[in-house]
Design a protein around this ligand. Structure first.
Ligand SMILES: [Fe+2]
Length: 462
């Protein structure tokens, strides 16, 4: 009799666990959020990932395990939900870490869109549903005010609050920006103590998944569209170049993971027109570079021939008032001592000189960069080129890796030890376009403005 009870008990638990497993599988969720990227006048890419948990478990290295299933997107011009367009569902599986990138096309310029993502299990039963929104770029002949926000360098080690992540995302969202640029080091595969180092694809994906599970990050990405650029730590390791490996992680793994975890179009370098007064170029700094260690020469490169030719040709063709050339790392600097990884370093002086001269010759062109762990604006004493560096996501991150010293020959603003984010606004004053760069502080100063600089557009042919 006792044995019979035991058998019943075992049977009951087996059925219970099977049922729990099935029901868990049958409600796929979006606990790593959504990212809307690569927005143009008429297109966007919606990135998402299905998870088997409805909220992330931050005590677990695998904070948001993936789930098979499918995702269906519908979208509509804000407040016109009755005219929504429903796309076909897209199946996700472990091959791409349960992520998908859904392309929206034929959008209207300068328009707010809403979208809904619905998750379904492999059997077709409904899972979580979430909503997000974004704004398309104004057409190139349209005069429109612009507000954008830019960050670089964020780590799990320096989040401002457990489970919520980096506070800058909360403050940036409240600025209601038109778009966001992450200039790279979105995660650090090879750094610091909060997680095991990411020496294989599983560990690298865990790092991405956790970063986009934080509440502040998720809320931001539901409301602001993004352009993600990569740098060294989110490609492979510190100051890396093609062909290197990190543990079991190969160079090709690194490229594939970045494309998998962020919304990306076909080419890593691209440009976006945002109305009459802005065009910005996002440069790829890792894929085409020479080894950092070879002696400098006219052939030593970070950009590679094709990208450099594309930059020069398209910048010269552009009739946008302001032209921002966004690099993952500095072109002007000055950098801290001992570096040989970017255009401001002697190790890449040839290409650095070429770029500084070229960009300085273009009216109303600026370099915007990330990578360095301090906020600054600098002006190259030789060419007059102005560089705007957003600095790291918070002061805690600024303490990692060291800062350069202030240099009065270069700096228009030197914010040593300061992190937060960069905001830029463009508007016309009495008909003249003006660009305004604002460096915000982090959570410790409640986002206080550390510095601001404005430039009125100079005529192209004075
Ligand atoms: Fe960094």
């Amino acid at each position: 009799m006792k044995d019979l009870y035991k058998l019943y008990a075992i049977g009951f638990f087996k059925i219970f666990f099977l049922f729990s497993a099935l029901s868990a599988e049958s409600i796929p969720s979006f606990s790593t959020g959504v990212k809307i990227g690569e927005v143009s006048e008429n297109s966007a890419i919606v990135w998402t990932r299905l998870t088997s948990v409805s909220s992330p478990d931050f005590d677990n290295l695998n904070s948001a395990p993936g789930s098979r299933g499918s995702v269906q997107v519908s979208y509509w011009v804000q407040n016109l939900e009755k005219n929504q367009i429903l796309l076909d569902p897209v199946v996700v599986d472990e091959a791409a870490d349960f992520t998908s990138q859904i392309h929206l096309k034929a959008l209207t310029p300068n328009t707010h869109y809403s979208l809904q993502l619905s998750a379904f299990s492999t059997e077709g039963s409904p899972g979580e549903t979430i909503r997000a929104s974004f704004k398309t770029a104004p057409a190139q002949d349209q005069v429109a005010d612009v507000c954008a926000v830019v960050v670089t360098c964020q780590g799990h080690e320096t989040i401002d609050k457990p489970k919520k992540g980096h506070w800058a995302y909360s403050h940036m969202r409240r600025q209601d920006p038109d778009f966001f640029i992450h200039t790279g080091d979105v995660v650090y595969y090879d750094r610091w103590e909060a997680m095991p180092l990411s020496k294989n694809k599983t560990q690298a994906r865990q790092r991405w998944n956790k970063m986009f599970s934080y509440a502040w990050n998720q809320e931001f990405h539901k409301q602001v569209s993004s352009y993600f650029m990569k740098d060294d730590h989110d490609t492979l390791k510190n100051d890396c170049w093609p062909g290197q490996v990190y543990g079991e992680l190969t160079w090709d793994d690194g490229l594939q993971l970045f494309k998998e975890q962020t919304p990306q179009g076909p080419l890593p370098y691209r440009k976006v027109r945002w109305g009459k007064d802005l065009e910005f170029w996002m440069m790829e700094g890792r894929d085409f570079r020479s080894a950092n260690t070879i002696p400098d020469s006219p052939n030593k490169t970070i950009l590679g021939k094709a990208q450099k030719e594309w930059l020069k040709k398209t910048v010269l063709e552009s009739d946008a008032t302001f032209k921002l050339i966004v690099f993952p790392s500095p072109v002007v600097g000055p950098d801290k001592k001992g570096k040989s990884d970017n255009h401001s370093n002697l190790g890449f002086k040839n290409e650095g000189d070429e770029l500084r001269q070229f960009i300085a010759s273009i009216p109303n062109a600026f370099v915007v960069c990330g990578d360095r762990h301090w906020q600054y604006a600098s002006k190259d004493p030789e060419t007059g080129l102005t560089e705007i560096c957003c600095g790291p996501i918070n002061n805690a991150h600024s303490k990692r890796g060291g800062n350069a010293n202030g240099n009065p020959d270069y700096h228009l603003y030197y914010g040593g030890g300061k992190g937060g984010y960069l905001r830029l606004n463009i508007k016309r004053e009495n008909g003249t376009p003006k660009i305004h760069f604002v460096w915000h502080g982090d959570i410790t100063t409640n986002g206080k403005i550390n510095h601001e600089l404005s430039f009125l557009a100079k005529s192209a042919n004075p």
